[in-house]
Ligand binder design. Structure first.
Ligand SMILES: Cc1cc2nc3c(=O)[nH]c(=O)nc-3n(C[C@H](O)[C@H](O)[C@H](O)COP(=O)(O)OP(=O)(O)OC[C@H]3O[C@@H](n4cnc5c(N)ncnc54)[C@H](O)[C@@H]3O)c2cc1C
Length: 395
């Protein structure tokens, strides 16, 4: 299948959110590119599945990422045209917190205050909300009276599986080669070239990019491995009983047309919860998730099932107490992985001993919204020779 003695210009290993965006950008150059994935993306074994990903422009986690989300939005708009399908829904989004609490989210304290500061500085539309405003706008929410909110009207949800599939399809059309369902097991350099070994094949390339998501530790140099930790997260889709205005369930209740995303930062992580709107062609339920940073795993050494008892416990503790009109019937449940750095930021750089190899784990639970621009950054950087990672998006 693969002609012998080919020397690729770039091999991209791992074709989820980051890798698919990268091969798409590389496919627009004259470079000879190969993409390899151990599965056939989009799939449910990594970090980029679950029908929806929140996007917002106020990146309270790190101001440097605001140009990334803005550039990503432009790339996705163009991708919608090129692929002929909707990839984003502008639902608006609320970040909720409590007055006089530290509002810690993704390692940033006072998150709402930070969002207000950034929105003013970067000219992003927003409104701050009192508990009464929120109750009026989303009557089904059961919030305490010390709740405060930040609303971004242009925020919304992205459709991760559709985006990954679209990037890969267009890259293939532009001439990129792919190897699916084969796992990279090792790599080494010899005579200035990089050798990539898989379970079944052996490739030679001038440059390589590792975007293996929650498997990134398998390829990081030993001293960088402790910089990332992988935590298993769970997603649940609960069936709604009523539309917010009180109409009976109609199979598409509380749809994307009637519900924003809600990130609800509690007084501590144990109270944290996120609700996602139903997406147009997706499971007809409200998607719900918490975050946990206790059980550290490797994706090959953990189970992927969620028991009925776990579903019930989550429903009782979080869903039932937060929103009126959502039944305990769980339509779908999935496991997904956060790959997290200590400061909840992104890890993207050249290999310390090899300037022809890039690693990127831009995740920490909030990477998807930036992934299209990160693909462009990685594609730009791999074409440089100086081994200094450049965050500029030009070129
Ligand atoms: C539950 C959940 C909710 C999230 N919500 C949001 C959100 O609302 N907004 C947001 O911006 N971000 C969110 N994130 C974060 C975001 O989804 C991730 O940052 C992003 O999807 C990570 O993409 P990735 O390409 O790094 O990893 P992946 O998409 O997992 O891709 C890695 C790929 O590498 C392949 N691979 C691994 N090892 C090998 C190997 N040895 N050989 C070949 N291939 C290999 C895998 O098969 C996989 O396809 C969320 C994450 C989770 C888990």
């Amino acid at each position: 299948m693969f002609p012998a003695n080919i020397i690729y210009d770039v091999i991209v290993i791992g074709l989820g959110a980051m890798g698919s965006a990268t091969v798409y950008q590389l496919s627009k150059t004259n470079l000879k590119v190969l993409g390899i994935d151990r599965y056939f993306p989009p799939h449910i074994w990594g970090s980029s599945h679950g029908e929806s990903r929140i996007t917002r422009q106020t990146i309270g986690e790190d101001e440097r990422y605001i140009p990334l989300v803005r550039e990503s939005n432009k790339i996705w708009k163009a991708l919608e045209k090129e692929s002929g399908q909707a990839l984003f829904y502008k639902s608006g989004g609320y970040l909720l917190g409590h007055e006089n609490s530290n509002m810690l989210f993704h390692n940033t304290e006072d998150f709402i205050a930070r969002l207000v500061e950034l929105a003013n500085k970067h000219n992003i539309k927003y409104t701050t909300k009192t508990a009464d405003d929120i109750r009026q706008e989303i009557p089904m929410l059961q919030i305490p009276s010390d709740t405060i909110g930040f609303y971004e009207p242009d925020a919304g949800v992205l459709y991760p599986e559709k985006i990954i599939a679209a990037f890969l399809k267009l890259a293939e059309k532009n001439g990129t080669s792919f190897l699916w369902n084969d796992k990279v097991t090792d790599w080494y350099t010899e005579d200035g070239l990089i050798h990539i070994k898989t379970d079944l094949e052996h490739f030679v390339t001038k440059k390589a990019i590792f975007t293996t998501g929650p498997w990134i530790q398998d390829f990081l140099p030993t001293d960088l491995k402790p910089k990332v930790k992988v935590y298993k997260q769970e997603m649940f889709w609960f069936k709604p009983a009523f539309r917010p205005e009180g109409k009976p369930e109609d199979g598409y209740a509380i749809g994307a047309d009637a519900f924003p995303w809600i990130i609800w930062v509690g007084k501590n992580l144990d109270e944290f919860r996120t609700f996602f709107p139903t997406t147009k062609d997706g499971t007809k339920g409200i998607k719900f998730m918490t975050e946990q940073y206790v059980e550290e795993v490797h994706p090959d050494k953990t189970h992927y099932f969620i028991t009925d008892e776990q579903v019930q416990a989550v429903y009782e503790k979080f869903v039932h107490t937060s929103i009126k009109g959502i039944t305990s019937e769980c339509l779908k449940r999935e496991v997904c992985f956060y790959t997290v750095t200590k400061d909840a930021r992104f890890l993207m750089d050249f290999h310390p001993d090899c300037k022809s190899v890039l690693f990127a784990s831009p995740c920490s639970g909030h990477g998807f919204k930036h992934s299209a621009a990160i693909g462009k950054l990685l594609a730009n950087n791999i074409q440089k020779e100086d081994g200094i990672f450049d965050w500029g998006l030009m070129g």
